[in-house]
Design a protein around this ligand. Structure first.
Ligand SMILES: [Zn+2]
Ligand SMILES: [Zn+2]
Length: 112
């Protein structure tokens, strides 16, 4: 099963009820929220107020490759959290994943 719930509920970062991301603890989430907020403002977004941080009542979805079992991870090596499976697939696709198969496994399949 390539979709695995996160080990514990995360702190969600929400702006106007949109899910922007999350952190494993309050400190990490608020730090991330500040970064996201700055990015949104820099991008010219008009928002009612800064993102809010709230303890999730569910679990984030982590995606692992159905071939090698590697996590879909960000550049810093941390597994990427998604609000739901559809979102995970969409995000991973932008990183070169096809479905639940990572770019490395696709490359391996293309090898003779
Ligand atoms: Zn999370
Ligand atoms: Zn793989």
């Amino acid at each position: 099963m390539p979709f695995v719930p996160a080990p514990q509920p995360c702190w969600l970062i929400l702006a106007e009820d949109d899910w922007l991301g999350c952190g494993a603890c309050w400190g990490r989430a608020t730090a991330l929220a500040a970064v996201v907020w700055a990015e949104e403002l820099a991008a010219g977004a008009v928002m009612d107020g800064p993102p809010v941080v709230r303890l999730s009542d569910g679990y984030c979805v982590l995606l692992s490759c159905s071939g090698c079992g590697e996590w879909w991870a960000a550049e810093d090596g941390m597994a990427v959290h998604s609000a739901e499976m559809v979102e995970a697939l969409k995000g991973a696709f932008e990183d070169g994943w096809v479905g639940d198969v990572c770019p490395a496994c696709q490359a391996a399949e293309l090898m003779p």
